[in-house]
Design a protein around this ligand. Sequence first.
Ligand code: KG4
Ligand code: ZN
Length: 349
Amino acid sequence: MLVLAIESSCDETGAALVDAEGNIFADVVQSQVALHAEYGGVIPELASRDHLRNIGFVVEEAFSKAGRTLADVDGIAVTHRPGLVGALLVGVQVAKGLAWASDKPLVGVDHLVGHLLAVFLRDGGPERARPAFPFVSLLVSGGHTAIYRVDGPSVGEIRELGATRDDAAGEAFDKVGKLLGLGYPGGPVIDRLAATGNDRAVPFKIPVVTEYEFSFSGIKTQVAAHVREHGVPGSPEGMADLCASFQRTVVETLTRKLFAAASKEGVASVVVGGGVAANRGLRARIHAEAEKRGMQAFIPPIAHCTDNAAMIGYAGAMRLVRGERDPWDLVAQSVTALPRTTRKGGGRR
Ligand code: KG4
Ligand code: ZN
């Protein structure tokens, strides 16, 4: 089963060729980060236009890297939710066009399911252990932060245990990065600076919310208050300390809630996915906590944590092998298909 996958939900245009075992034959990602950087965030109209400009080349490059053609493909998978609707539409229309022209089955994939299953991708390197179902997964990206119980690869087998009430963790990294004048996106820069800082230098408080729910707007406010009082650190050491202290607060809240959920659900494995799973502090803390508790932690390599089409291809392959396919009226939607328990702004549903 060879699947062509297309991803265009936010600011990365992706195309990949993968199979139902998670083998990747090509995984091409064209990032728009430079385009949006000067605005300090993703501008939806610019994103759509750039996807449109690049998607043809990205798909062609995936085929050429894999040495395959459309005729070799058994199905086409495309991210159709959640995301920026104008951005999603570009991928959905291209996928429909290719599926129609080649008479291949089409499946829509929920972007969050893609992130949750990215841990099953194989990249041709040394064989890595893969988690067994059920597991509890922390999805931390620029748009989403939630904990899920995952009993299988399809939407009906994934349950949200809790999510953020306000900002996503990646959004907090990006907003703090902006506040400290570190550019966009802030996550990778803060990660790098935090590595040399003292993470107890500034005693930021870990937010108190219900068991599995998160809140990151308070941490951002604490950093803003600190900067108002003391100014943006003038020395590299001061900046490193501030970044390390902020990052520790985020990492602690994510780690504690993930393991509390895993214990309560009685699972042996935890999985992490999404762009913030690239954070070295978070990766180290989760591995250490798993070891302490005699559990297993699975965190995909960084290229599979940030947005990519390979994860969409694998999630799509899981649908295609079950004989599922979507009709031509498949639409782009801004919200996830996964049931949500946390309401933005507070309180359980
Ligand atoms: O999953 P992703 O590529 O796109 C979304 O679906 O949102 O995640 C992007 C987010 C951004 O907020 C970025 O700052 C954050 O992931 N990020 C990081 C790191 N690398 C990316 N945050 C913390 N540490 C990192 N190393
Ligand atoms: Zn994502």
